[in-house]
Design a protein around this ligand. Structure first.
Ligand code: UDP
Ligand code: MG
Length: 326
């Protein structure tokens, strides 16, 4: 895909915004900010860093007052921890650049890759996303889990959520507008990026080690995120319930026929209470699970119809790009 752009006219980059969500990342930001501002300044005449403090409980909030004294640093402080997806959305809404880059604040995303991102954008790509090269460092749980997750979420859809791609990406202003125009509250970003489409180029990279602190996303949170993604982008769990119902009904029909035959051939037989108890429990269990699956979707509908804002901004500090000058 990229090759076809190479021959085209190179686009000029007037301004760039970099959105950085941070949740308890004071020490990492101390290291990241100087590196990032130097890098952005070398890429475009006008640039900004949009820091989104997602309700940090460490020194991130206090240090913001110092960081925003550096030129180009714009900071939003959310009123509590709303989660990375909400923090990213807050940052995207505040960003004013002609292109917007998103990166984590824990130094896992090398700022040096921004040069490659911009090179592809200049050549015509609308989205440039980084793809983790290998997952050896990750636990078997995470590797197998993500494998299954992508198989399930991509089953039979018109667009594909690429495996190994995350929030580390560059997006053209048009793509940002398209993302922000999506009305849903359940913002499973990896799915939304794929849904909006546009010319996309993947750039392989090796994530660095997290410098300070630890990852927020433990097993339970990852599972919850995966479930939010699946319910937001597929209805196959509902179809699986229908299929299961059919299979069981068919089996019950066959067993019923067999019992009738036994009765006709050998007469009345009152034993069989084990069968009754076991099958009763099995079917009650399956029914409750099915109800749970349906309930999960109903719950998501409830979340959507409440139409609560995705995040609340407590403080907005510093001066980034102005929306009219970018
Ligand atoms: N993050 C956030 N809100 C949260 C959790 C995380 O803004 O509730 C930010 C965090 O500060 C970091 C990024 O999201 O910049 C990725 O988080 P983390 O490193 O914990 O995730 P991982 O790299 O393990 O996927
Ligand atoms: Mg990380």
């Amino acid at each position: 895909m990229a090759a076809s752009h190479e021959a085209a006219v190179q686009r000029a980059l007037p301004s760039i915004s970099c959105v950085v969500p941070c949740y308890n990342e004071a020490d990492n930001l101390e290291n990241l900010l100087p590196l990032l501002s130097a890098r952005l300044a070398s890429l475009a005449p006008q640039w900004e860093i949009v820091l989104v403090d997602d309700g940090s409980t460490d020194a991130t909030g206090e240090r913001m007052d110092r960081w925003i004294r550096q030129p180009g640093v714009h900071a939003l402080q959310l009123s509590r921890n709303f989660g990375k997806e909400a923090a990213l959305t807050a940052g995207l809404e505040a960003a004013a650049g002609a292109v917007v880059v998103m990166m984590d604040s824990d130094m896992q995303h090398p700022p040096a890759l921004l040069d490659t991102f911009v090179r592809h954008w200049r050549a015509g790509a609308d989205v440039v996303y980084a793809v983790r090269e290998h997952r050896e460092a990750e636990t078997a749980f995470k590797r197998v889990g993500t494998g299954w997750f992508y198989r399930l979420i991509n089953h039979g859809d018109r667009f594909e959520v690429p495996q190994g791609a995350g929030d580390f990406r560059l997006m053209d202003r048009r793509v940002v507008q398209a993302l922000l125009a999506l009305p849903e509250r359940n913002r499973f970003m990896k799915g939304l990026y794929a849904w909006v489409g546009f010319e996309s180029v993947a750039v392989p990279y090796l994530p660095d080690e997290r410098q300070h602190g630890r990852s927020y996303f433990n097993k339970l949170r990852l599972l919850r995120l995966a479930f939010a993604g699946l319910t937001a982008f597929t209805v196959w769990p509902l179809r699986a319930v229908i299929a299961l119902g059919f299979v069981l009904a068919l089996a019950a029909f066959g067993y019923g026929a067999y019992l009738t035959l036994v009765y006709l051939l050998y007469g009345h037989d009152v034993s069989g209470w084990t069968t009754i108890v076991v099958s009763l429990m099995l079917f009650v269990g399956i029914q409750l699970v099915s109800l749970g699956v349906v309930g999960e979707y109903v719950g998501r509908i409830y979340e959507e119809v409440k139409r609560r804002p995705l995040y609340v901004v407590k403080r907005e500090l510093g001066q980034g790009l102005r929306k009219d000058e970018a």
